[in-house]
Design a protein around this ligand. Structure first.
Ligand SMILES: [Ca+2]
Length: 484
């Protein structure tokens, strides 16, 4: 171990030691809230119903109605940086984007505070979750995979699973990594499998006298476009209206529900994207299918979220559970279509949504995942379920403000257009989000892609720069030398 590694280790230990005892000592064991943190993958700003979309997401909509919906929530515009930042509350460049070697994860700290820690879904970091604070884990340790068969070998009666790369993807069950995981069940589907693992663990620990941290990062609706035929059928034909019409409908809906001030217009159609009306009928039909599959993937995720909510209610934990939902980055315009002749949907295919529909997905914003325009880094965030009777405010404040807000990547003053019902206003008074109105950032918020940016007092120091954004109050500055 060299000096640098030693200092990192000491730094992580100090963080844990400083935080954990104060929580444990000061609070009654049974009064700590359960925490359910749900994350979508590559889901655009306007896809779910409560953000203006036409996709059927009743469970997320009910969450937003009963909680707080952010309209200016920022992530890191790409999968693994967002995860490193989310898990540690630090800038991804500072903590280490793949290894998180310079900080403790929230699971490590909450486990130290007496939590049962469970993760189910996409991890996308090098050390497995079971080495970074999670008692239990099932899922994709890698960045993306085939939803039906994440492995490399075909199951009997099926074709070879469509893949982006020839190298196998890393899966993990508990502490065991599996390269090229081939599930035995023919009805395996990642979204359902992650949901089921979460539900099974809630059952397993039903009678345990510990609060639960459940981290549930789905792979939907990240490519490849894979969905159940019956879910696809619900949307087939609905997108023949075309992306121009869908963008306009979503934009109008966002104004109707008070998310947007009409003085802000919709962004122009991406210059690479054709007018819908210029497409032939067969081209339109193929595009309709792509968006129908994408919508089906989101609806299936919402269905799984509803099942987890139902389980929490069944085991009597719902009333004391803080629920958070976000997307790790905006809609994706990449086109890693390795099977252009296989339609979206089945295991043999590997297709992506592409820029035209991603442009609609990110309404009203410009650009996409992997850019630091709003289409890449501004996504839904919903928080609800904070028990007003909870006496454990310091833990909640620590868990939320420190985990998400205070350290880096949510700027409290950017939550300026949160829409609240009377019920929510009451919740807000009791919630840890109250400090938002008083919070002042000492430094501008910085977001960057592909750089080694570090925050210094009032100055963003960068090297090997790709894209960087600095936002202070209402002012945003971009420096783009990489993809945009
Ligand atoms: Ca992502």
């Amino acid at each position: 171990m060299d000096r640098r590694q030693f200092l990192k280790m000491v730094s992580a230990s100090v963080l844990s030691a400083a935080c954990v005892p104060s929580i444990v000592d000061a609070r009654e064991k049974n009064n700590k809230p359960n925490i359910l943190l749900i994350m979508a993958d590559d889901m655009g700003y306007s896809d779910i119903g409560f953000y203006g979309g036409e996709i059927n997401t009743p469970n997320l909509d009910s969450l937003a109605k009963g909680g707080i919906r952010f309209t200016q929530f920022y992530n890191c515009a790409k999968c693994s940086p967002t995860r490193a930042s989310l898990l540690t509350g630090q800038y991804d460049q500072a903590v280490g984007v793949r290894n998180m070697e310079n900080g403790a994860t929230f699971a490590e700290v909450l486990r130290g505070a007496g939590y049962r820690t469970i993760a189910s879904g996409k991890w996308h970091q090098s050390p497995l979750p079971t080495t970074r604070g999670f008692d239990r884990y099932f899922g994709l340790a890698d960045g993306c995979c085939n939803f039906w068969n994440p492995g490399t070998k075909a199951r009997p009666g099926e074709g070879a699973p469509g893949r982006k790369k020839t190298t196998p993807r890393r899966w993990a069950i508990e502490g065991k990594a599996i390269m090229g995981y081939v599930p035995q069940k023919k009805d395996f589907y990642t979204t359902d499998a992650f949901t089921q693992y979460a539900i099974d663990r809630l059952d397993e620990y039903e009678n345990e006298d510990k609060p639960i941290l459940l981290y549930l990062p789905f792979t939907a609706p990240h490519y490849p476009l894979h969905a159940w035929p019956e879910d696809i059928a619900k949307y087939r034909g609905k997108y023949m209206a075309g992306w121009d019409s869908i963008r306009e409908r979503r934009y109008k809906r966002q104004i109707e529900i008070g998310m947007l001030d009409p003085k802000f217009g919709n962004s122009p159609r991406d210059e690479r994207v054709k007018k819908w009306d210029s497409l032939s009928k067969s081209q339109q039909d193929a595009e309709d299918l792509k968006m129908a599959v994408y919508a089906a993937m989101i609806e299936r995720m919402d269905y799984g979220i509803g099942r987890v909510f139902a389980k929490l209610k069944e085991i009597g934990r719902w009333q004391n559970t803080l629920v958070l939902f976000l997307s790790d980055n905006g809609g994706c315009a990449e086109t890693p279509d390795t099977t252009p002749n296989i339609p979206p949907g089945p295991v043999e295919g590997y297709r992506a949504l592409g820029p035209a529909w991603a442009n609609a997905s990110n309404t009203p914003y410009r650009k996409y995942k992997s850019t630091d325009y709003e289409g890449g880094n501004c996504t839904p965030f919903i928080a609800t379920g904070l028990p007003s009777s909870s006496r454990d405010k310091s833990l909640i404040r620590w868990a939320i403000l420190s985990m998400f807000c205070r350290l880096s990547w949510i700027s409290p003053e950017l939550a300026i257009r949160t829409k609240l019902t009377a019920e929510n206003l009451n919740a807000r008074r009791a919630s840890p989000f109250c400090p938002f109105s008083r919070a002042k950032r000492e430094r501008p918020m910085t977001l960057s892609i592909g750089s080694s940016a570090r925050e210094r007092p009032s100055v963003l120091v960068t090297s090997n720069l790709s894209n960087t954004v600095i936002r202070t109050g209402s002012y945003t500055t971009w420096q783009m030398t990489g993809p945009n």
